[in-house]
Design a protein. Structure first.
Length: 487
């Protein structure tokens, strides 16, 4: 035993090893598109187990740094990121991880294809999926509400496949006064020579190395509260690469997502363009949130898959009590139970992706649009919680090794925790679902999917009017919808 060491878990082509994804795509994607999509996903599955994984490790080991002053005292606020992070950006552009959704070459199935790409990319991306989420959301907001000029410029960059012209976007909502409650936003906007000038401090800005951002501000004289907020487009740097009157105060020291630059910053007369009408800020930025929440669900799903792949692989290598641990019935049952949780999350997430694809192609029925609106917060909160649970159990499946930093395993749990926080916490999203049920009669749309069984009758219970039951309601709806989704 003196020279005995355990073997480390390994990741192989993540498309080939994922029969659940393959079977789903075989059932959903029309035959005419299957060959090219499968070939691309196979290539991506190889990259996710190879160079992308190495770049992600590099990015994680070399977190971003902020240099505020040049050697001669000039304020520069330069954020430096790792080589791995930059390579992951190029790969995202080249593989069309945002572009595929907007080219719509596979009609409403483009979203399924694009989200399958993201699902494979994300767990090997060190959270480069975060800037992609905001960029996709921003592209959708510009496609819907942007000026003709912005459609020709920013939208084109966000959906480019050329790393030289590819842009990412930030989504700056959070201020010191509140994360979920944006009604106290204190950033102001006043009319300038060209557009507006913004002044205010943003407390969390993710992926602060992006070329553009969408943000909320209150036009001078507008009413207090959320109805006084407007949506603005801004570019971070001018043509000479100077910051657009933005000061970066510091990078955040976070529990996880270490490779991702998240900063506090102040806008000091930042040039910006109004998107939509004054006072429409929340409704317009909601189109970003609805995309980023689905991204969050896909990334949580990819995260679960990665945690389980590692645990399954290890279970076939690690011997204890005279046998591989996979051959101990209780360990096998534990992993199988987690696998069932993953599969339920997968069904719900891709069901919502199908609805999104239909909506974006203009073929969703009114009931499907309502269902998409209602299930977006549900799928986000459901998958976030499952990914934390699965990450925790997967780490435990390694015993002590799962608790040791240089195995890379503790990161699974640290990173999973963010899924239930950003883009709306579990409670905020559960309450959002309740509001949609009240205002837009979303439960009617849910009932078109969920068969009217004894279980679904539970949804008519009067106790769901009470907001303290919102979480319980959200998880019940998730389970009932999953039960009724056909394979
Ligand atoms: C790996 C994946 C990475 C993901 C990217 C991570 C990047 C991280 C960057 C961030 O974390 S950005 C900050 C994220 N912040 C949030 O998610 C805010 C959470 N808070 C909410 O979601 C609130 O519900 C919200 C601020 C949107 C609104 O709350 P309010 O102020 O109480 O307003 P209300 O009354 O609920 O909604 C105002 C209007 O907007 C209503 O319309 P009406 O005026 O006609 O009644 C709503 O129907 C509409 N609305 C709200 N949410 C909507 C929506 N419409 C469509 N879709 C929605 N989701």
């Amino acid at each position: 035993m003196k020279n005995f060491f355990q073997n480390a878990p390994e990741i192989k082509n993540t498309f080939q090893s994922d029969s659940f994804l393959q079977n789903y795509l075989k059932n959903k994607i029309p035959a005419e598109y299957q060959k090219s999509i499968f070939a691309h996903l196979n290539k991506v599955g190889d990259l996710a187990a190879g160079s992308w994984l190495q770049w992600a490790t590099n990015a994680e080991a070399n977190p971003p740094t902020l240099t505020q002053f040049s050697p001669w005292g000039k304020r520069i606020d330069e954020i430096k990121v790792s080589e791995g992070w930059l390579n992951l950006e190029k790969a995202a552009a080249t593989e069309g991880i945002v572009a595929t959704a907007f080219e719509r070459k596979q009609k409403e199935f483009s979203r399924i294809y694009q989200m399958a790409l993201l699902y494979l990319y994300s767990p090997s991306s060190a959270f480069y999926s975060c800037p992609l989420a905001m960029s996709d959301g921003a592209a959708r907001a510009l496609e819907l509400y942007g000026t003709d000029e912005l459609k020709k410029t920013a939208f084109k960059n966000l959906t480019s496949r050329d790393p030289e012209t590819f842009w990412t976007s930030g989504q700056w909502m959070t201020e010191r006064t509140g994360g979920s409650d944006v009604s106290g936003t204190s950033t102001t906007a006043k009319v300038g020579n060209a557009g507006y000038l913004l002044n205010g401090t943003k407390w969390f800005t993710s992926a602060t190395t992006s070329q553009m951002a969408l943000t909320l501000a209150r036009i001078e004289g507008a009413e207090a509260g959320n109805r006084g907020l407007s949506l603005f487009y801004l570019e971070l740097r001018d043509q000479n690469k100077n910051l657009n009157n933005i000061e970066v105060h510091r990078l955040k020291d976070k529990l996880g997502t270490k490779a991702l630059p998240t900063a506090e910053l102040t806008l000091n007369g930042t040039q910006a363009t109004l998107i939509g009408q004054p006072g429409e800020g929340i409704k317009r930025i909601a189109s970003v949130l609805n995309i980023t929440r689905i991204y969050n669900s896909i990334c949580a799903l990819g995260h679960m898959r990665r945690a389980l792949d590692l645990a399954w692989d290890y279970s076939k290598k690690r011997k204890a009590f005279g046998a591989f641990i996979i051959d101990h019935p209780l360990h096998k049952k534990t992993l199988n139970d987690l696998e069932t949780k993953f599969q339920k999350s997968f069904k719900l997430t891709f069901f919502v992706v199908e609805l999104l694809g239909k909506e974006e192609c203009g073929i969703a029925s009114e009931a499907e649009k309502k269902l998409l609106r209602a299930l977006t917060p549900i799928v986000k909160l459901y998958t976030a919680k499952k990914s934390i649970l699965i990450s925790s159990e997967a780490i435990e499946a390694f015993g002590g090794a799962g608790y040791i930093e240089d195995t890379g395993l503790p990161r699974l749990l640290r990173d999973a925790q963010v899924f239930s926080i950003w883009e709306g916490t579990t409670n905020v999203l559960a309450l959002d679902f309740m509001k949609v049920c009240e205002k837009e009669d979303a439960l009617k749309a849910v009932f078109e999917v969920v068969q009217f069984t004894a279980n679904s009758k539970l949804l008519l219970d009067a106790k769901w009017k009470n907001t303290e039951n919102a979480r319980e309601l959200a998880f019940l709806v998730a389970e009932l919808v999953i039960e009724s989704i056909k394979a």
